[in-house]
Design a protein around this ligand. Sequence first.
Ligand code: ARG
Length: 400
Amino acid sequence: MKREKIVLAYSGGLDTSVLVRILSTDYGYDVVCCHADVGEARDAKALTDRAKAAGAIAMEMVDAKEEFAKDFCFPALQANALYEGVYPLSAALSRPLIGKHLVDVAHQYGATAVAHGATGKGNDQVRFDLAVKGLDPALKIIAPQRERNISRDEAMDYAAKHGIAVPTTRKSPFSIDENLWGRSIEGGVLEDPNTEPPEEAFAWTKSWQDAPAEPGLIRIGFEAGYPVSVNGEKLSPARLIARVGEFAGLHGVGRIDLMENRVVGIKSRETYECPAAVALIAAHQDLERFTTLGLSARTKGQLDSTFAQLTYDGFWYSPLRSAIQAFNDEHNKFVTGEVTLKLFKASLRVVGRTSPFGVYNKLLSTYGREDKFDHRAAEGFINLLGLQLQEYSRLHGGGA
Ligand code: ARG
């Protein structure tokens, strides 16, 4: 009998290698592996060999770095998206992209199902599942790890028993997820909320002690809310993120320690290093403040937090997220210019900005002699502004 096909989100690690075999023998599928590279620098050849050796009938490698940068990271940047005010959503942004490629590959191969290796207690399962439901609700979703809760030791035993090649690199004491927008580090000593993350948890950011003794300046150019250049040099989205990340990481900028609320209700201690995202969001936010009105900025602030929450919760492919993005594109129409950041020993400050559209008129704001503001107009303005307060106070004898 002809077997149905399933497309598995394949990372190349022990867990997903074991899943190839489990999906094939226990679930009865022909397994197509799909790996979307979002900037974590895996060896493509080794990955393909390992997938095939584990029993995959095919392996689809997608270089998704530019797509991830342009269609996922940059819209999140336009939204200044920080979950719970601090986490730039690096892992959360990559799941809908991987989900989209799973669905595309499923269509390409005529597969009836997709699979992923996310556990039942994390956010990633929610993001994968909702991405697939949002893109093709007819596809079946299988998550063996969620169904069986396979431990690391069990996976090792299974791999040894079935002759499945596992990565030879020494296993880090942490669970890592990384892409252009950031790196998340979980597990081990980090599970004690009161233990400072050890230096070896970090790979992209220097400690403040090891950061250069002199401050560094970086100038980021934007067009309509999207970053386009670094120190005057035009760069593609993925290269720009990598460039900013390297510089910020060198200066120790971007480490984050968050007591985080997961979608499934678990509180967890999360450690991140997101040097590019932290620097770019600071720059974008500043240029937005310079070039847009307070009136619209206040509404955008509320939508920004909704955008972050939707992304975290897996609702990337939702009409609300698309609508907010349309608002952001309109709001960012004139967010064009350059922002200078000064980085020094793990700190970051905006120290300058220029734009042809800065809503700033020195003749109005100055305290100097060239002042053109009509000071007397303020009195009538305040008289009307305070009228209701004045009447209330007259009636009740002052006070609130
Ligand atoms: N807590 C973060 C998030 O939900 C990080 C998740 C990292 N995923 C992983 N499989 N290690 O976005």
